[in-house]
Structure formats: C-alpha cells, structure tokens
Design a protein around this ligand. Structure first.
Ligand code: NAD
Length: 480
C-alpha cells in the first residue's frame, strides 16, 4: 500500500537535497506518494507570518507525515518560527535526534558514539509565556504537565525497546526545581518500572551535559525536558563531529515531521555540492515511522556502505580517508548503486521491528485531587526596604490571612532578612491562612487584594497556594 506524505523543498540547498533524497527513496522502492507544499521564504514574502499557508495545513492534517527540507528564517521582527508553529500546532511532543560518530570518515575525538536524545518538544519554558512585571523584572513561565512528562518518558522507553537500545538516562534539575523537574523525574521512576528489560539512571542536567561532552560513548537513550534537550542535542551532535549528517524526527499522536538538523546553507545553495545525508537519514526515520522498515534498512545500509567506501561530498571529504569527492547528485547515484548492499566496516542497521511507536492510549488518567486553598503569594512592583514593606503589609492582615514571608527573587528578606541580599523592585509577599485547620475561600483572597489595592500597592500578579490531597503544591522561599 502506498502512503501519502507531504513534502516541502524549502530554501537554499533544500531543493537540491530533497531531489537527491526522493531519487534514492524511489530507487529503493519506498511506497510513498509525495504531495508538495510550499513553505519558507516565498510564503513569508507573501505576508504569511509563520511561513506556511492554509492549503499546506490541509495537506499536513490529511497525510499526517511531513518530510521537510530546511528553510531560511527571515531576519527581523514580525516573523514566527515555522518549526515551532508546526510542532505546537500538530502536537509533535517528541523530538528524536540520533547522534552517531562515523569514525574514521568524519573527524571526531569520540569514535564510538551512538546515542539518541529524546527531547520533550511542547512544554517547559518553550510555552513562550513571558511577561514584564516591573521596571527591573521579566518572567518566563515554566509549565510542565503530568501527561506531557508521561508521553515523552514512555516514548523514550518504547523507542529504546523498538530499537534494541539497552539504557535510558533521564536528565533533570530536580535538586533545584523540585515541583516541575521533580514531576518529570517522578514520572520517569514510575514508568521505568514497566520496562524491567531496560537499564535506567538519572543525572542532574549539569553533570549530564558535561559527561555528554567528555564521555558521550557512555550514553544510549537520553530523555529530558525541552530546554535541556535543545542544548544537549547540540552538544551531542557536535562531539560526534557530524552535525551536517544528522536527521531528526518530531513525533506526535497523530502527525510527525522529519527533517535534517542543519539549516538551508545559503552560502553553498545552487552549486550542487550540498550533502543530502541529513535529510536522507530523516527520511529513513520517516520510513520506519510509516511502517516501511524494510525500505528504511535498505537505504540506511546503502548509505553506510557509500560512506565507508569513501564516496564523500565536500563537507566531509578528507584525502586520508576519502576515495572520491562528489556533488549532491553523484552522491545520490552512489547510494542508489549500493542499494541492497550492507556495510562491512560499520554495523549494518536493522529496522525489522514492529508497528510504529504509539503511546497516546497508555497515558495514566489524572484523577482530581482534594484541592485546598491555604494561602496566596501576592507579587508587588515596589521600591524600598524589605522591613518597611513588611510593616506596611502586616497592617493588611485580617479576614483569615496573615503575612508569613516576603521574598525577593526567591530569597526570604522578611522577617529577619540579611542586609547583604540584593533586592530588585519585585517582591513576593506570602499570606497564609491564619488558622491552618481551615482552608480559605477565594473571597478572602479577593478582599486581601482590595486592601492591597486601597493601600496604593501595585500588585502585578498572584499565585494561589494549594495543597493537593494534603500535599503542599508550592515551594518554600530560600531561607524560609
Ligand atoms: P546552516 O546549517 O544552514 O549552515 C552552517 C554551515 O554548514 C554552512 O557553512 C553550510 O554551508 C554548512 N552546511 C549545512 N548543511 C550542509 C550540507 N547539507 N552540506 C554541506 N554543508 C552544509 O546554518 P546557518 O548558516 O546558521 O543557517 C542558515 C539558514 O538556515 C538560516 O536562515 C537559519 O535560520 C536556517 N535554519 C533552518 C533550519 C530548519 O529549517 N530546520 C535549521 C537551522 C537553521
């Protein structure tokens, strides 16, 4: 059966590498029916601020599979990132980036790297919810959800199983962010119990990133939150020395997008010298995803054979190891000639696995907890000393709420703050229930805010303090 897919030729070297990739796929017998959409520079120029128009969305939503060549992101404000828009709109929650060393054909200090970063793609600081709240302070909200964590962690374990991987390493910063990163780590611990055949470990992201840079061969599959994943996938790609050869996939419950890791390389566009390998390896991931592991295996093994036989494009050509320098089209010809052959020096790949990975039906339902309001953090834009603010706010105590603490950038400054603590104009003022045995009503919070407003204090936001089934749902101030 033929699978319809949506493709985009993109900008810069995009058309050259897409043409080469499609020629290889066709020669390998890929059972695909490509449908072309236009994205990128030309679409931005027509005034579509996200670089993609309505007809393209229709194609993407129908085929649910997108093979995308790189595009040129316009300079200047007013334009939205096409990648971020597509990822978020289509719910592509998993970004999967294999990082492999191809020693001795690609220069690297680490000869035996073969790892995969599985990065959460929708949440965390990338929700893009930012506010300026005072003269001095800006904030970005870090949102992490339980189903979001479970989806990506399950995906990582399923990916490991489907690809014969042995270990999944989770990286978080839960020693500092105990609630958000703590949730990710906790969900990892819960889910790993269902995969006793896979080894697991957890690392704090800072040491994890350092180890990736110095001992990348120790890693197999790494699963992590969005921002950390963004950073470590570049570290891992860099240490293998093969950024230009990397493909990546963005997987959702319904749709998926496959692309090269590199950009549109305008400096070499139109010269027929670009290396099509990144997009080709992305296409290999796409074939596995649509259940054509047989074709994926044939293409990938022919590509490995081409590489080890020294047929190289200019970006990786080196006289010591290369036999022949070729352009984009001749490289594609060389891969096509080798279809059906397996590499002898590299380990051949095997994609004989089962159906595509699907985790959506297995996410644990969240049951509503007994949620009780026990206080409120009122954030003020204010200039002055902590003691003066404490004195002023204490006078607003009443109606079941009592000021318990003031912090500045998370550090407790009242009561008993230290003069050494640097303070900005942004104060978190924590009011808690005077009688802890009795949960608060929203009306008590509203009347407190009325008193704050009437005292001409500029409150810029509030955060409610809840317990969930008796467990605190908020962090303490540093020093509290
Ligand atoms: P780039 O990856 O396009 O190029 C960096 C360097 O690597 C250049 O010297 C280029 O010639 C070389 N290179 C990249 N791919 C190559 C290939 N396949 N074969 C041979 N050499 C290759 O990064 P850049 O120059 O920072 O960005 C160029 C444009 O691409 C920008 O507009 C950027 O926003 C965009 N971009 C798009 C994507 C995407 O669509 N997914 C990703 C990254 C960058």
């Amino acid at each position: 059966m033929t699978t319809p897919i949506t493709i985009a030729y993109g900008d810069g070297i995009g058309p050259e590498i897409m043409e080469a990739t499609l020629r290889i796929l066709t020669a390998a017998g890929a059972r695909i029916a490509p449908e072309v959409i236009e994205i990128g520079e030309k679409v931005y120029a027509r005034g579509e601020t996200a670089g993609i128009d309505a007809a393209s969305w229709e194609s993407l939503r129908r085929t649910k599979v997108f093979l995308k060549a790189p595009i040129t992101t316009p300079q200047g404000g007013g334009f939205k990132s096409l990648n971020v828009t597509v990822r978020k709109t289509l719910g592509l929650y998993a970004n999967v980036r294999p990082c492999v060393s191809y020693h001795p054909y690609v220069a690297t200090k680490h000869e035996k790297v073969d790892l995969v970063i599985v990065r959460e793609n929708e949440e965390d600081l990338y929700a893009g919810i930012e506010h300026r709240q005072s003269d001095e302070v800006y904030q970005c909200l870090k949102l992490v959800s339980r189903p979001g964590c479970e989806k990506i962690v399950r995906y990582a374990f399923e990916y490991a199983r489907a690809n014969g991987r042995k270990r999944v390493t989770c990286m978080t910063k839960d020693n500092i962010m105990k609630l958000t990163d703590g949730l990710f780590h906790r969900v990892f611990d819960e889910v790993k119990a269902e995969y006793p055949d896979i080894e697991t470990n957890h690392m704090i992201i800072d040491i994890g990133a350092a180890r990736l840079a110095t001992r990348p061969e120790d890693f197999d599959v790494v699963v992590t939150l969005n921002l950390y994943g963004d950073i470590i996938s570049d570290i891992a790609a860099e240490v293998t020395g093969s950024v230009g050869l990397g493909g990546s996939s963005n997987i959702g419950d319904q749709c998926a997008m496959f692309e090269a890791v590199h950009g549109s390389a305008p400096d070499i566009a139109g010269r027929g010298v670009a290396n099509p390998s990144g997009l080709l390896l992305a296409a290999v991931m796409m074939l596995v995803h649509i259940g054509q592991g047989d074709v994926a295996e044939k293409v990938h093994n022919a590509w490995l054979a081409t590489l080890e036989e020294g047929v190289h494009t200019g970006d990786i050509y080196h006289e010591k190891v290369s036999e022949l320098q070729v352009g984009t089209s001749a490289f594609a010809d060389a891969v096509i000639e080798r279809l059906g052959r397996r590499p002898s020096r590299f380990t051949p790949v095997n994609y004989a696995g089962g159906p595509p990975i699907a985790v959506s039906g297995r996410i644990t339902p969240t049951h509503p907890a007994r949620k009780e309001l026990v206080g409120v953090d009122v954030f003020l834009h204010w200039r002055g000393a902590a003691a003066a603010l404490g004195a002023q706010l204490t006078r607003l105590n009443g109606d079941g709420l009592t000021l318990s603490m003031i912090s500045n950038r998370g550090v407790k400054v009242w009561p008993n703050g230290l003069p050494e603590t640097f303070c900005t104009d942004h104060w978190r003022c924590r009011f808690v229930a005077t009688d802890s045995a009795h949960p608060l009503q929203l009306s008590q919070v509203l009347s407190l805010l009325m008193r704050v407003g009437n005292a001409h204090l500029d409150f810029v936001k509030t955060e409610h303090l809840y317990t969930f089934d008796g467990v605190s749902g908020f962090s303490l101030g540093q020093g509290q």
